[in-house]
Design a protein around this ligand. Structure first.
Ligand SMILES: *Cc1c(COP(=O)(O)O)cnc(C)c1O
Length: 243
């Protein structure tokens, strides 16, 4: 698995460099976040061994168990941990404790809860403002409200607003994807910051052409996810129990 992942990561980086250069951008300007949700702690270790420096997870409990099971690798690899799932305010404390960058702050309530948790932990938590640029996406702040939310987030002690995140439209045509990413890029210009997190396995090339500085890649690196059935514990836990 590790060799195969190394190969996929190398190929992704090579293509990323090509797409960035063709768009007149530096390949170094785009960070790859490996999205390991619904993959095992072994996959996480393999990702670190392959040289990935940024990993993303969507679910607090799953991430907590997995990071714990792969702690040595994460520490040795100095991995930056990204939370990319919906922020429930009752999970804010756990999210603030476990992650370095929360990409999915889409309302003040979530920001306030994370700020309070960060302060109680004595840390400054990096956050991105998630904007909604697609009719297929449930979450995200209305782009028209983004500046106002950004201002309110910047006023929160304990948070450091680093930019904008958006999810492109699913199963959409090229033109619609480009329109969505252009809206995200325009919103990023108004909000400010260093990070525009747009682009996933199927649409990262367009995202890079629209100015993405961070792509979030799951399937193209780690293969298909096995979704745990509701109420059942996720695969990583079963693997851990076997040992
Ligand atoms: C799952 C997920 C990804 C990765 O998606 P792939 O299509 O597998 O690359 C990226 N961003 C977010 C917010 C996700 O939930």
């Amino acid at each position: 698995m590790e060799l195969e992942l190394r190969e996929r990561y190398a190929r992704l980086q090579a293509e990323l460099a090509e797409v960035a250069r063709a768009a007149g951008r530096s390949p170094d300007a785009v960070t790859v976040v490996g999205v390991t949700k619904h993959h095992s702690p072994q996959t996480l270790r393999a990702a670190v061994a392959a040289g990935m420096t940024d990993l993303g997870e969507n679910y607090l409990q799953e991430a907590r168990e997995k990071f714990d099971a792969a702690r040595d690798a994460l520490v040795a690899g100095r991995v930056r941990k990204h939370f990319i799932g919906h922020v429930q305010t009752n999970k804010a404390k756990g999210i603030a404790a476990l992650f370095d960058l929360v990409q999915s702050v889409d309302r003040l309530e979530a920001g306030t809860a994370l700020a309070k948790a960060a302060r109680s932990l004595g840390k400054t938590l990096g956050v991105l403002l998630q904007v909604n640029v697609s009719p297929t996406e449930r979450f995200g702040c209305d782009p028209a409200q983004a500046e106002r939310l950004a201002e309110a987030l910047r006023a929160q002690e304990g948070l450091r607003l680093e930019g904008v995140m958006a999810i492109g439209p699913l199963a959409a045509g090229e033109a619609e994807i480009a329109r969505s990413f252009e809206l995200a890029a325009k919103t990023f210009e108004r909000v400010g910051g260093s990070t525009l997190s747009i682009g996933m396995s199927n649409d990262w090339r367009q995202a890079v052409r629209c100015g993405s500085t961070m792509i979030r890649i799951g399937t193209a690196l780690f293969g298909q996810r096995v979704r745990p059935a509701p109420g059942l514990r996720a695969a990583p836990v079963r693997e851990r129990q076997k040992v």
